[in-house]
Design a protein around this ligand. Structure first.
Ligand code: BG6
Length: 509
């Protein structure tokens, strides 16, 4: 291979909760994303006694979860939880701003947005279905027809332009009702809710969608049980159980797809930040290996290979944690291996045998040991294009299955000029270097990569902070962190750049 494959899927990625808005329209239920506030978790956490000073600055930018409901373990997570026992249902607080409620109003503007994606030459569009548009509380016996119709329209619009939809089935937006009733995936019964929802959308969209991702970033459960799996607790036993249930749920729907829709391509998806050893000390190398196993590879190892790896079982045993394994589970896992592996890649990490006193830097939901050889984004995320080539090699060697880069990109505070131009040379540089790294992995290392969808191809709400001012897009959306603005769309300089990259199939970088 001397170039990008000719059918390489160039595109962009979003998630329903971060772009659609219309949070309560046409029968949609409340999702866990709908109770997240914008930034400033610290304001809800007052004392935060057990959080190191260095982390507090980071946390000050993170989102809080605020709503009124019955008794929750949420207090343990230092989130503000008001009780509203007489109703037993969540109520949103009047004095809070929930940025996902409006987001960028993609729900009403998807045609305009897809026309812009088509203008850039997208071959594919990675998006998610909001589970709560289909099953508002997660347990209805009949799906919500208006929700199903919305995605029919979106897919039809994609196909009109020859854009292949790549659909994430669950992207941090499960029904809040399932959290309140079951503590999310910590309860095995939620697998059935997920499977019912997935079967519904498989049947409905079988002729429109071929590529599916079962869960977004399954491994983020380690940092964020609530956003990832709807679990309102930091108890490791519950988090591990939830993640095990998600692995079972994923395997069940993959198996179902293989049996009923042989044309489907099923993918797992994790957020990768591979660890470099801090030094060449053997102890640091071993620490990096262990960090990679526990934080990244456990999840795709199960989803791609079909069994629980020994290193995980031993670690759980040492911690005295028992997974809620039932007879027959091993067959479920082995019967539901994915066809490809997708991942998001923003940065690498560093591992050291002794890491307590080390300087740290920000990451999506956790924090990382500072790497002095790398530059950082304005939000403190370290930038490492070579790390992307490294990651591609790592996973291709491990599974020898096609890889899909489902997210990558630079969050930056872009400026809209009076003439509606946006100059973002930093993003163009970032893209150039990362696309070159993909090209090197394909051409020099023989890795099979079949697509690249930079994150937030249109500006959207940040998952970790709730800000829109942390912009990733090629398309600027005129709205601020308080939701004010025209919501008009404008092309940034990176729009023309990426269009040229796609047109030349990655030859002109
Ligand atoms: C990924 C998530 O981890 O990172 C996205 O899948 C998220 O939902 C993206 O938006 C970027 O993170 P953030 O916090 O900058 O929005």
């Amino acid at each position: 291979m001397t170039k990008f494959p000719k059918d390489f899927l160039w595109g962009g990625a979003t998630a329903a909760n971060q772009c659609e808005g219309a949070w309560n329209e046409d029968g949609k239920g409340i999702s866990i994303a709908d109770v997240l506030t914008c930034g400033g978790l610290a304001k809800h956490t007052a004392a935060l006694p057990d959080v190191p000073e260095a982390m507090k600055k980071h946390i000050a930018k993170m989102r809080g979860v605020t709503y009124r409901s019955g008794d929750q373990e949420g207090a343990a997570m230092a989130f503000k939880m008001n009780t509203y026992p007489e109703k037993g249902i969540p109520a949103l607080l009047d004095d809070e701003y929930y940025p996902n409620h409006q987001a960028i109003d993609h729900y009403h503007r998807y045609k305009e947005d897809l026309a812009l994606f088509a203008k850039m030459g997208f071959k594919c569009y990675r998006m998610s279905i909001a589970w709560t548009r289909i099953y508002p509380q997660g347990e209805e016996t009949e799906p919500n027809e208006a929700g199903l119709r919305f995605y029919d329209n979106v897919f039809d619009e994609c196909l009109k332009y020859g854009i292949e939809p790549i659909v994430t089935l669950s992207h941090y937006e499960m029904p809040l009702a399932l959290t309140l009733k079951y503590n999310g995936f910590a309860d095995r019964r939620v697998i059935d809710c997920y499977v019912r929802y997935v079967k519904t959308v498989f049947e409905r969209y079988q002729h429109k969608v071929k590529y599916w991702l079962t869960f977004n970033e399954l491994n983020s459960v380690v940092h964020s049980g609530f956003i990832n799996a709807g679990v309102f607790s930091k108890d490791r036993r519950l988090i591990e159980a939830a993640s095990y249930h998600q692995l079972l749920a994923s395997a069940q729907v993959v198996r179902f797809a293989h049996d009923h829709y042989p044309q489907f391509q099923m993918g797992c998806m994790i957020g990768v930040s591979p660890a470099y050893p801090y030094s060449c000390k053997p102890e640091d190398n071993l620490a990096a290996l262990k960090q990679n196993q526990q934080r990244d590879t456990y999840y795709p190892d199960v989803q791609m290979r079909g069994f629980l790896p020994e290193y995980k079982l031993i670690q759980l045993q040492q911690e005295g944690i028992r997974l809620p394994i039932l007879p027959g589970d091993a067959e479920i896992l082995s019967g539901g291996c994915c066809d490809f592996m997708a991942f998001s890649y923003y940065q690498t990490s560093v591992a050291a045998a002794q890491d307590e006193a080390m300087q740290r830097t920000a990451g999506n939901m956790g924090s990382f040991i500072f790497n002095p050889h790398l530059k950082k984004s304005e939000w403190g995320w370290q930038i490492d294009p070579i790390g992307l080539r490294y990651t591609l090699n790592l996973f291709y060697d491990r599974y020898h299955k096609p890889l899909f880069i489902a997210e990558n990109g630079l969050g930056a505070a872009d400026v809209l000029n009076a003439d509606h131009t946006i100059h973002d040379p930093y993003r163009i540089d970032y893209l150039r270097q990362h696309i070159q790294a993909i090209k090197d992995a394909i051409i020099l290392d023989g890795v099979k990569v079949f697509g690249y969808t930079p994150w937030g191809c249109i500006d959207l709400i940040s998952c970790s902070t709730g800000q829109i001012s942390k912009r990733y897009g090629f398309i600027y959306v005129d709205v601020d962190d308080a939701g004010h603005g025209t919501l008009n769309r404008y092309e940034k300089d990176s729009f023309a750049y990426y269009k040229r990259v796609i047109e030349s199939n990655g030859e002109e970088l």
